[in-house]
Design a protein around this ligand. Structure first.
Ligand code: C2E
Ligand code: MG
Ligand code: MG
Ligand code: MG
Length: 284
């Protein structure tokens, strides 16, 4: 391609770019192998009812556990997985694994738990999305009404009408839809009105700055007010301090998720947390 544009174009391919792209190819190969060799695991982060301190659900978050033992966070491989479309088999694995695990927790007596799974924009745009979700629910026996799909505003950039239509179809399946990282994208308010959403997740930066910054506090308050007016519940992400929690309680935020309560846990540790009884009593 560069050649077509004349000899000078070669100059664009600097050493640095060549290095970046060969690293990328190596990472892509690693990523492909990781799928084959089952190197992904899910962690689960509790979602807690603000008023009672009860665990009412959990978000499944993917990690890459390399053979050598180091754990790689999704921020480092999800973008490349999107670019290479490897996110599609990966996302399907996440859906099945999380539903199977959550079904176990339901069967163990924690049947009130809601499972939140992140859907990448590419997954959301697949024509067989509905079928994939339906199959995962059917084959794992997990109830649709306990599944919440987390999407971001970016699903609507290409074709908002199509995205809304798709969300409505998902809702008809019985699953819930949450808008993730709310406040960081575009056109937030108009989308809020038009998307059939159950839950709004306030993005971390607002939550983390709200104790120190009155503007952020005002924004959080406004987001909660608007969400409630549109009959949605609100969850604050990235709650790290007691002070943030107190403010969120005061502002009538329905749920919280963050290190203050718990970091994302392995399934084993999450099971232990449930069994400890903390899920059914106030710890905050
Ligand atoms: P997200 O969906 O917004 O998930 C919340 C992120 O915030 C998680 O990062 C979580 O560990 C982190 N977090 C939770 N509480 C706190 C806190 O109190 N303080 C701070 N500083 N961070 C907190 P994680 O697990 O690294 O995931 C990052 C992003 O990667 C996710 O953001 C999501 O967009 C994406 N991701 C993770 N798992 C999946 C997946 O299975 N599929 C897809 N498509 N994306 C995923
Ligand atoms: Mg999320
Ligand atoms: Mg988020
Ligand atoms: Mg909800």
């Amino acid at each position: 391609r560069a050649k077509e544009n004349g000899k000078n174009s070669y100059q664009f391919f600097t050493d640095e770019m060549a290095f970046t792209s060969s690293r990328k190819i190596a990472l892509e190969n690693d990523l492909r192998r990781a799928i084959t060799y089952d190197e992904f695991i899910l962690h689960y982060q509790p979602q807690v009812q603000t008023s009672t301190g009860e665990i009412i659900g959990m978000e499944a978050l993917i990690r890459w556990q390399k053979a050598a033992g180091d754990v790689i966070s999704p921020g480092e491989f999800i973008p490349l997985a999107e670019e290479t479309r490897l996110i599609l088999p990966m996302g399907e694995w996440v859906l099945y694994t999380a539903c199977r695990q959550a079904k176990e927790w339901h069967d163990a007596g924690f049947s009130q738990l809601k499972l939140a799974v992140n859907l990448s924009p590419l997954q959301f745009a697949q024509d067989d999305l509905l079928y994939t979700i339906e199959q995962a629910l059917e084959q794992t026996g997990f109830p649709a009404s306990s599944l919440e799909l987390e999407i971001t505003e970016s699903v609507a950039v290409d074709d908002a009408e199509k995205a809304i239509f798709r969300m409505q179809a998902l809702r008809q399946l019985g699953v819930q839809i949450a808008i993730d990282d709310f406040g960081t994208g575009y056109s937030s308010l108009s989308y809020l009105k038009r998307f059939p959403l159950n839950n709004l997740k306030i993005a971390q930066p607002f939550v983390q700055d709200m104790a120190a910054n009155l503007d952020d506090k005002a924004l959080v308050e406004a987001m909660i007010f608007i969400a409630h007016s549109l009959d949605m519940s609100v969850i604050a992400e990235g709650v790290e301090t007691e002070e943030q929690l107190a403010l969120l309680k005061e502002l009538d935020c329905d749920e919280i998720q963050g290190y203050f309560y718990s970091k994302p846990l392995t399934a084993e540790k999450f099971t232990a947390l449930l069994a400890s009884g903390l899920s059914s009593q106030s710890v905050m």
